[in-house]
Every structure is written in C-alpha cells, then in structure tokens.
Design a protein around this ligand. Structure first.
Ligand SMILES: NC(=O)c1ccc[n+]([C@@H]2O[C@H](COP(=O)([O-])OP(=O)(O)OC[C@H]3O[C@@H](n4cnc5c(N)ncnc54)[C@H](OP(=O)(O)O)[C@@H]3O)[C@@H](O)[C@H]2O)c1
Length: 240
C-alpha cells in the first residue's frame, strides 16, 4: 500500500509557471496545502486564486531564491501561516544558452546563483522542518542537461550537474532521518523555459507537458514510505 498525501504541506519554488504551476494544481486536487514562491507577484496571485477553488490553504510569497534573506522571510511566512513543510519541491530555475566564449561572466554566475544557490537556500531553511518531523520528501528538479551536456549550455548544464551532486550527497545524509530525496531529470517539457515566446505555437502534444511531470511527481510521493526513486529521467515517447 502506498500513502495518502492529503493534508500534507508542500512548498514549491517556481509555482507560478510551467512544471511548478502544474504540480501545484495536481497537489491541490489531492488536498495538499501549498506555499508557493516565485518573483512575479501578479502571476503568483493569479495561480493562488485558481488553487483556492480546490478548498486547500495556499500562501504565495514573492521572493528571489538566489537571495537567502528573501528565502528566510518566505519560509518564516509559510511556517506561520501553513505550518512546517512535509514536502519541498525545488523546481525554480533559469536557463540561458550560448557558446562559452560569448556568454558574459555575470550571466554565467547568475545561473548558478539561482539554480544552485537558490536550491541551497531553500534546503537550508526547509530541511530543519523535515528533520524535526523525522519524515519528509524533497524533490529536486535537475534536467537531462544535468546528466549529459550539450554545446551552448555550459552554465545551465553545469548548474544542473551541481544539483545532481548536491542531491545525491544530501540523499545519503538524510535517509537516516526518514527523509526521501528524489532527483528528477526531465528532457524537453513544453514550458516558457524551453520555448520562450514560441510556447503557444510550438506546444504540440508530441512534447512532454508540465502536467505529465506533475503526475509523475505526485505518483512518486504516494509510494510507500519505505521506498523512493533516487534518480529518474523523463523522456517524450516520440518527439520527432
Ligand atoms: N521545460 C523543460 O524543458 C525542462 C527540462 C528539464 C528540466 N527543467 C527544469 O524544470 C524546472 C521548471 O522549469 P519550467 O520549464 O517549468 O520553467 P518556467 O515555466 O520558466 O518556470 C520557472 C519558474 O521559476 C520561477 N523562478 C525563476 N527564477 C526564479 C528566482 N530567481 N526566484 C524564484 N523563482 C524563480 C519563475 O517565476 P518568476 O519568473 O516570476 O520568478 C517560474 O515560476 C526547472 O528547474 C528547469 O530547469 C525544465
């Protein structure tokens, strides 16, 4: 028998768009209370309004995860208004592509500040919640680019490889506290991050959709507490 996730409390970074938003919707349908972080307050509020119709508690907080103080404030707010987290979805990230020689140092560093240090800040603040409960789930979203790099993605790939290493090491540390750390590595998913302004025109059913990833995330969390999937890759069946 698996487990019910109804009534649990999940914090999701990047809950206003793409995979994070789809996961928030899926969780809300399952009766999970939600703390959502992203920078754009208007987009967050729109998603919050949609989610409240499911009858769960939702708190959204506009924060840049690359800023540790903003993350601290967000997590304190979630703790006061929702309670300590049972589930943390480290999903927010940015991407930028270009040949190594052409990419400015500032851009390169910023990708690390958001993707790697942003995840670090979230873990630093939320892990104590899970440790205090001696139970909990962390899902870190890396990428197929975090397993196999491609030309033009030095910064994004390096940041996602860093997530693999951080995630694997953390998993080994905290499984002794009954905390499950899942690392996911989706290939192309039809979101703004992948398609930018062309999302509307290129969003064909042959590509994985954010809802597919949300279903996978939910299914993983419902596994019996004694099992978890330490690393997985999600591929489109026939994207050609
Ligand atoms: N789409 C793909 O093909 C694909 C493939 C493999 C892995 N992934 C991974 O999946 C995850 C989700 O990506 P997605 O495709 O769903 O992207 P998306 O649609 O662009 O959504 C990204 C989310 O992250 C938030 N965000 C970005 N920078 C942030 C910051 N500094 N602080 C707080 N929130 C921030 C965005 O909101 P604001 O802009 O308002 O902050 C937005 O809610 C990422 O980790 C990505 O690397 C995506």
């Amino acid at each position: 028998m698996g487990q019910d996730i109804r009534g649990k409390i999940a914090y999701i970074t990047g809950g206003s768009s793409g995979i994070g938003k789809a996961t928030a919707h899926q969780f809300a349908k399952e009766g999970v209370h939600l703390g959502l972080i992203a920078r754009n307050q208007k987009k967050l509020e729109k998603v919050q309004n949609e989610l409240e119709s499911y009858g769960i508690s939702v708190v959204s907080y506009s924060a840049d995860i690359s800023n540790h103080n903003q993350v601290k404030d967000a997590i304190q707010t979630f703790e006061q208004k929702l309670g300590k987290a049972d589930i943390l979805i480290n999903n927010a990230a940015i991407s930028d592509y270009g040949n190594f020689q052409d990419m400015d140092e500032e851009v390169w560093k910023h990708i690390f500040e958001v993707n790697v240090f942003g995840t670090y800040h979230m873990l630093k603040e939320v892990l104590p919640h899970l440790v205090s409960k001696q139970k909990g789930d962390i899902i870190n979203i890396s990428s197929s680019n975090g397993l196999k790099a491609t030309a033009g993605s030095t910064a994004y790939s390096a940041s996602k490889f860093a997530i693999q290493g951080m995630s694997e090491a953390l998993m080994q540390e905290v499984r002794r506290e009954n905390i499950r750390v899942f690392t996911m590595n989706p290939s192309l998913v039809a979101t703004e991050l992948a398609f930018g302004d062309e999302l509307e025109t290129k969003n064909e059913d042959k590509f994985m959709q954010p809802e597919d990833i949300a279903e996978y995330i939910t299914a993983q969390l419902k596994l019996n507490q004694r099992i978890f999937i330490k690393q997985s890759a999600q591929w489109a069946t026939n994207p050609f």
